[in-house]
Design a protein around this ligand. Structure first.
Ligand SMILES: [Cu+2]
Length: 172
């Protein structure tokens, strides 16, 4: 299992919630709680329930993956994600509407270097996206969880989308 630190960042987020491509239509002062789980080994297929203040997702080394590959969250709540890029290359997190959107968004992103790998011609398929996180960067995004369903997330940097995927499951 990899590092998952879920703690008291509610106030922190109020200062930083204006990020590109995000929808922030409610601000909660989150109750402080923490649940830290530390271990050296990367994990896959890890599910995180978004009843915490901030979900932290990491990438490390040269592997094209996220430490969290499934997020479960209630529809209509604000999902807050902190993406910590401890790997040796750039990454981002882009949420799309459905599985069929992964490929067109991924392919379009190959031509989107000028907009940090966010394809402006496929924005109707994209729910939310982070800034590009260069090696060592931490970026944050928050957005309202869409209606119940499954919403994939991918890295659109340099063809990583074929491997670097996870999914948000929105529940009632
Ligand atoms: Cu990537």
């Amino acid at each position: 299992m990899r590092v998952i630190a879920l703690s008291c960042f509610g106030l922190f987020f109020i200062s930083f919630n204006i990020l590109p491509g995000t929808v922030e239509d409610e601000i909660d002062i989150a109750v402080c709680s923490s649940n830290t789980n530390l271990s050296a080994e990367p994990a896959q297929n890890l599910t995180v329930y978004a009843d915490k203040d901030v979900i932290e997702i990491l990438s490390t080394g040269i592997d094209l993956n996220y430490s969290v590959t499934e997020i479960q969250a209630k529809a209509g709540t604000t999902l807050r994600i902190r993406y910590i890029n401890e790997s040796e290359m750039s990454h981002n997190i882009v949420f799309v509407r459905e599985e069929a959107d992964i490929r067109p968004v991924g392919i379009a992103s190959l031509q989107a270097m000028a907009t940090d790998w966010i394809p402006e011609n496929e924005m109707e398929r994209i729910i939310a996206f982070s800034e590009l996180a260069y090696a060592g960067d931490t970026v944050e995004l928050s957005f309202k969880v869409p209606p119940p369903g499954t919403y994939p997330y991918i890295c659109t940097y340099s063809a990583h989308w074929t491997l670097m995927q996870g999914r948000l499951i929105s529940t009632e």
